[in-house]
Design a protein around this ligand. Structure first.
Ligand code: AMP
Ligand code: MG
Length: 407
């Protein structure tokens, strides 16, 4: 038998040849957390006109070089209410933040540098105490961006900043990738639905919820297709519900025990198996293959293994389907809060917590137990501390790579 695949090789095989989903349009109001399918160019120029950045007076800079001086106030410009006329020598327009700079004016005097002079009759006047207008008080037309400028690239996830920008750029609809469809199947005679009371020998099926949440956080649409019993008939029946999925995720039943029927059943249905074992801890019995247009990822049943494998393999696969960079954008490191023994032959993803050290930089410490059936320590952890196969003993303070569990 061939040796188990390395994590990197397994990931490369999973990502090999994955094509992004089709581009569809989403209303900008409904596009939060979607992924851009095409580069986005500005339809508008921002600001669309020279605008005042301050409350004060729009003036001609040449009029105020030698203060004190007094100007006639000929009108008002407020945001949404431009002044229609033109400012001539010796004149000023009362102006507020966001208003267009009136024709003829080329500078803003902030109101703190002026004193209004009450006029008994005739136009109001303003006395200028300090005459050096700051060029920063005018936001020039196009200061932010101009029509046609490409400001967001394809593959960009739309968060709060991207959405505000896209809307300001003039877009009402955005070209986004169809959310990958993920069908999730739990398998096992012992499993009961969450919220039910387990009978003798039974436990609650919990993994599919975590895997679904992870898939949704990565941008997918998840569908739970139930709990299959450990029989060919039940597996077949449930599998029919996975039709149309981009990714079919099975949980459990994929090792080599007598009750582990998932692999043989999928192969009988025509799945082209890519691998069935990887050199990783937790999660050695991970299966991956392709069945028609669907990817099939067989996660181990142990709760920690299934969530860790979903984080390490499913999330990059979903990112690739969304046309996003598959790998985490910023590989993180932290300093060890404890010394570690040499690692064994398998790449180890230790459940760990990070906390700020005395200098504020992250210190990472493995949680109390690394047993792959324990959910409580997994919930306590906020990252996976990665140790390559056969890593030498590590010292307190050594820098080690970590993968955040939340992203
Ligand atoms: P298996 O891979 O089917 O041999 O399952 C390994 C272990 O994980 C067994 O103890 C199962 O009871 C448990 N398990 C399998 N599927 C789930 C699930 N969906 N939720 C929680 N535990 C599970
Ligand atoms: Mg099982």
């Amino acid at each position: 038998m061939s040796p188990p695949l390395s994590v990197d090789e397994a990931l490369a095989r999973i990502l090999d040849g994955v094509a992004p989903t089709a581009v569809e349009f989403a209303l900008v109001e409904a596009a939060h957390r979607r992924t851009l399918g095409e580069p986005l160019a500005a339809l508008l120029t921002q600001p669309p006109f020279d605008a005042s950045a301050m409350d004060g007076y729009a003036v001609r800079a040449g009029d105020v070089v030698r203060p004190p001086t007094t100007l006639a106030v000929i009108g008002t410009a407020a945001a949404g209410h431009p002044f229609a006329g033109s400012v001539a020598a010796g004149q000023a327009v009362r102006i507020f933040t966001g208003a267009p700079l009136p024709a003829g004016a080329d500078a803003i005097l902030i109101q703190e540098n002026t004193v209004p002079e009450p006029a008994e009759s005739g136009p109001a006047r303003v006395r200028v105490r300090e005459g050096r207008p700051d060029p920063g008080h005018v936001r020039r037309k196009g200061f932010d961006f101009r029509t046609g400028e490409v400001l967001l690239s394809a593959g960009r996830r739309l968060g709060p900043r991207e959405l505000s920008l896209a809307a300001a750029m003039g877009h009402g609809k955005l070209p986004v990738r169809r959310r990958p469809r993920v069908a999730i199947l739990s398998t096992g005679d012992e499993l009961r639905l969450p919220g039910s009371s387990p009978g003798p020998g039974q436990i609650i099926a919990s993994n599919h919820l975590g895997v679904a949440a992870l898939a949704e956080a990565a941008g997918a649409q998840s569908r739970f297709i139930g709990i299959a019993r450990d029989t060919h008939e039940s597996l077949e029946e449930h599998f029919a519900l996975a039709d149309g999925a981009d990714v079919i995720v099975t949980i459990g039943g994929a090792s080599v025990g007598d009750h582990d029927l998932v692999g043989p059943m999928l192969r009988a249905r025509g799945m082209v198996l890519s691998f069935w074992k990887i050199n990783m801890r937790p999660g050695m019995p991970l299966m991956f293959g392709r069945l028609g247009a669907s990817c099939v990822l067989g996660l181990p049943g142990n709760p920690v293994s299934s969530l860790v494998c979903a984080r390490v393999f499913l999330v990059p696969l979903l990112r690739a389907l969304l046309g996003e960079p598959a790998h985490d954008a910023h590989p993180l490191t932290a300093r060890l809060g404890v010394a570690l023994e040499p690692n064994g032959p398998r790449q180890h993803y230790m459940r760990a917590t990070t906390a700020p050290g005395s200098d504020g930089l992250s210190v990472v410490t493995p949680v109390r137990s690394q047993d792959s059936s324990l959910l409580a320590p997994l919930a306590q952890a906020d990252c996976l501390l990665m140790r390559p196969p056969h890593a030498a003993a590590a010292l307190l303070g050594d820098h080690v790579p970590i993968l955040p569990l939340d992203f």
